[in-house]
Design a protein around this ligand. Sequence first.
Ligand code: FES
Length: 150
Amino acid sequence: MTLTLRVNGHDHTLAVPADTPLLAVLRNDLALNGPKYGCGLGECGACSVLVDGVVARACVLTAAAVQGREVTTLDGLAVEGRLDPVQQAFIDAQAAQCGYCLNGMIMSVRSLLNHVATPSAAQIRAALEHNLCRCGTHVEILSAAHLAIE
Ligand code: FES
C-alpha cells in the first residue's frame, strides 16, 4: 500500500506492505536511527517515538496507523541545531552507559513534559517505569529527567 507519513515535520510517501511496523519504516526507509529495535514486542521502550506529542512504541504500531498524524523521532527533537532540553539534560547528567535505551528514556520524558510542565518525582518514575535499561543506570536517568525540568 502507498502511505504518506509526516515525520519530523516532513511528508514522506512510501509503498510498503500494510502490516509494516512504523519502526521498520523509520529506520529502513527514512534512515532515522534514533528509535532502536530492542524487544520488538512493545516491552522495552527502545523504539519509542512521539505520535501527536504522546510517546508510543514504534515496533508494535503499523506505519499505516499513524497516517495523518505527526510523528517525531529523537532525530527530530533538535530544532535548528539546538538540542531539546531533555536531550541536553541527559548529556549533562551523563546518563548513558551503553546508550541503547536512551532514545526511549528521552522520548518518554519529552512526552511527559509535553503534558505536565513540572511533574513530581512520582510522575517521572511512572513515565519511565516501562523503559528498560540493562546497564542499570536508572539513578542517572532519573537525575537527567529531574535536570530537564529545571
Ligand atoms: Fe519496541 Fe522494545 S523494541 S518496545
